[in-house]
Design a binder for this molecule. Structure first.
Ligand code: NAP
Length: 437
């Protein structure tokens, strides 16, 4: 009998899993359940608004969503509208593809001051994610600090110092674009607690800083090692060499050649947020790297700033009733298998790392588990039972054709060259669907 599959989460990991299952299981019925009315997870809410090419992968996911046997159940929150246990009763297979939506906590004195934000919240805000629209960070400041040396830190710094005409080509919602376009921010400091060789930036993203039309990337040349040590593995070594070359190009830039600057500060560990109720600066301890770790030297210095964003990584939320690995911030699993009929893909499975396509192999792995674990097919009712439950509970399910209407409206109301003007409130999305319904 048909295998029924519920995938919780419609980000890349969820869609890659759906795609892999369709390719390896005979005529599965797959329902993709999403808390928001809108699909695509990080593609919509995480990928930077000036990285529209990356967002095009959504077109591929759309093909999957429209494929035989697949249905999208948006605006359905597991835990509120239906429980995980109910889904496990109804479906042969349940796949967690819920990502790692929470911020890693910056635990230094003063990190609760107004003007200190985590990157999940800040990125969610400028991407129009309904959970973070209210964040309303004060950008009426001249200097900002972004803590972390990963791609998220780069995204935030770049979006903040981009030109207004550059931002006009993005899908920043009007409130965020307006706040940035009128912000007096001139200096953004991107701080790494270790050195350039340990930075997690990928090189294409780092090089983008050289293409900005109103901001110069700046680095202290004395922080750049002359060469990459021999004991690095080949992949790391290639990345470190490329990044070093890019940073050398930064060091040759005249910081005053542009109206704004993105300063890359290494060996800089934040130890305290300064100020009264609001952030007024950040105290940094100089570090050295020993055995791969940042070790404080005792020397400190302060950077005045009115905004701090901690881009220090994400973590998954624990799921009631399931074990949780606090240290790694994931649900413990064996190559994606949690237990009979329950699987995990993407960041909830392996932690918040890698690019969009890094979740693709997770989908293939789960599809293999399903083929192995269900040799004689499935036995549970799946979709009809879920629809029945949601009907009974009065849940306004947003199916894929509804999403397409929302998308059409977002594109129609965008002012060129903006690609879309996003709905940012769930009520507005539902109102739009009901008015035209
Ligand atoms: P990440 O790559 O893991 O970087 C986190 C950074 O935070 C590291 O530099 C880390 O330093 C630092 N950090 C952690 N705890 C800290 C602390 N307490 N104090 C100071 N610094 C601290 O994470 P991410 O930037 O959030 O990115 C998540 C994933 O998404 C990554 O795989 C990234 O490549 C991917 N991504 C890709 C793109 C793209 O391809 N364009 C865009 C955005 C995100 P240590 O190394 O010293 O721990």
């Amino acid at each position: 009998m048909t295998i029924t599959v519920a995938i919780i989460g419609s980000g890349p990991a969820g869609f890659y899993a759906a795609d892999a299952i369709v390719k390896s299981v005979d005529n599965p019925v797959i329902d993709i359940i999403e808390r928001l009315p809108t699909p695509y997870g990080l593609i919509r809410g995480g990928v930077a608004p000036d990285h529209q090419t990356t967002k095009k992968v959504a077109k591929k996911f759309e093909k999957t969503a429209l494929g035989d046997g697949i249905q999208y159940f948006g605006n359905v929150e597991v835990g509120r509208d239906v429980t995980l246990d109910e889904l496990r009763e109804i479906y042969d297979v349940v796949i967690l593809a819920v990502g790692a939506p929470a911020d890693r906590v910056l635990s230094i004195p003063g990190s609760d001051k107004i003007g200190v934000h985590g990157s999940a919240a800040f990125v969610g805000w400028y991407n129009g994610h309904p959970d973070f629209v209210e964040l309303d960070p004060d950008l009426n400041v001249e200097a900002a600090v972004v803590i972390g040396n990963g791609n998220v830190a780069l995204d935030i710094a770049r979006v903040l110092v981009r030109s207004n005409s550059g931002r006009a080509r993005t899908d920043l919602p009007p409130y965020a674009r307006g706040a940035m376009d009128t912000s007096p921010i001139k200096d953004v400091h991107v701080l790494g607690r270790r050195g350039p060789l340990e930075a997690k930036f990928t090189n294409v993203e780092l090089r983008e800083m050289l293409e900005l039309t109103e901001a110069a990337p700046v680095v202290d040349a004395s922080h750049l090692p002359g060469s990459v040590p021999d004991d690095m593995d080949d992949r790391e070594r290639r990345l470190a060499e490329r990044n070093l070359e890019t940073l050398r190009a930064f060091s040759e830039r005249d910081p005053n050649s542009m109206p704004k600057r993105a300063h890359f500060g290494f060996y800089a560990m934040p130890v305290e947020i300064l100020g009264g109720e609001r952030v007024e600066g950040i105290r940094i301890e100089r570090t050295k790297v020993e055995g791969g770790n940042a070790v404080g030297t005792g020397e400190t210095f302060d950077i005045p700033c009115g905004l701090v964003v901690a881009a220090i990584g994400y973590r998954a939320d624990p799921i009631p009733g399931l074990p949780y690995d606090e240290k790694r911030g994931i649900i413990p699993n064996d190559a994606g298998k949690i237990d009979g009929g329950l699987y995990a893909v993407g960041w909830i499975k392996r932690g918040p790392s890698g690019v969009i396509s890094s979740s693709r192999p997770d989908g293939a792995e789960v599809a293999e588990h399903i083929v192995r674990d269900f040799p004689s097919g499935g036995s549970k009712p799946g979709r009809d039972a879920l629809s029945g439950l949601l009907d009974e509970r009065g849940v306004r399910v947003v199916h894929f054709e509804d999403w397409k209407r929302l998308e059409t409206e977002e594109e129609a109301r965008a002012a060129q060259p903006q690609p879309r003007e996003k709905f940012t409130a769930i009520d507005d999305m539902i109102d739009h669907l009901e008015e035209r319904g």
